[in-house]
Write a protein that binds this ligand. Structure first.
Ligand SMILES: Nc1ncnc2c1ncn2[C@@H]1O[C@H](COP(=O)(O)OP(=O)(O)OP(=O)(O)O)[C@@H](O)[C@H]1O
Length: 200
């Protein structure tokens, strides 16, 4: 098991954002968390990556440099081009030279961003920018890929690119833990999902 969340509760003052949640993320699998606005999806994902500490319960996950995280929001640097954003992240994780070039080309292709590779992130549509953020999160082949609503604001054609990127990361062995508001994504073959009407 790549990540195990056991009986996790998170409270902000007297507000309970998560109440006794348990989720497991096995290697090679996409686990989709479904819930309405405010259900606690972002809180759970931020707890898994170590940005928030659980009030009670335990989180077991790989060390930080084996996690890829696409947070809510743009997820890339506006002033850098698509390729520069990917190269920068690759550099942080120690990828260099042809290995880095190949990996960038591969993800630019999977994201359908070949024609936009030299455009700055600020000049991309919201959906293209989300796909770039996804590519940046998976560039270093993390054991655990955590994505907060990767497909929100992404058009139907780009959603197919995005879904292919996520499936291929799982096929390469990653455990993917993502939130989504789209039930079709949560029901895609090979995806486990987890939700209750009141959140998790
Ligand atoms: N830092 C914080 N301080 C206080 N309350 C918070 C904080 N972060 C989240 N919450 C509250 O916790 C609950 C869960 O929020 P969270 O952002 O995890 O939901 P979500 O399922 O991701 O929803 P959305 O899709 O709207 O982002 C909400 O009621 C929210 O107001």
């Amino acid at each position: 098991m790549i990540a195990e969340i056991d009986g996790v509760s998170v409270r902000f003052g007297d507000r309970t954002a998560l109440d006794d949640v348990s989720v497991r993320a096995p290697a090679g699998t996409v686990v989709a968390l479904v819930g309405g606005d405010g259900a606690g999806k972002s809180t759970l994902l931020r707890t898994v990556v170590g940005e928030l500490a659980p009030t009670t319960g335990t989180v077991r996950a790989p060390r930080k440099n084996h996690i890829g995280f696409l947070a809510a929001g743009p997820g890339s640097w506006a002033a850098l081009t698509v390729r520069q954003n990917l190269e920068f992240v690759g550099g942080i994780y120690g990828l260099r030279g042809t290995e880095l070039d190949r990996r960038c080309d591969e993800l630019i292709g999977r994201a359908g961003l070949a024609d936009a590779a030299d455009r700055t992130a600020s000049a991309l549509s919201g959906g293209m920018r989300r796909k770039l953020g996804a590519a940046m999160a998976m560039l270093h082949r993390p054991e655990l890929l955590v994505m907060d609503e990767p497909s929100t604001g992404v058009d139907p054609v780009s959603r197919i690119d995005l879904w292919r990127m996520i499936s291929e990361a799982a096929a390469e062995g990653a455990a993917v833990l993502m939130s989504t508001t789209y039930l079709d994504e949560a029901n895609a073959p090979g995806t486990w999902w987890s939700s209750t009407p009141d959140g998790f």
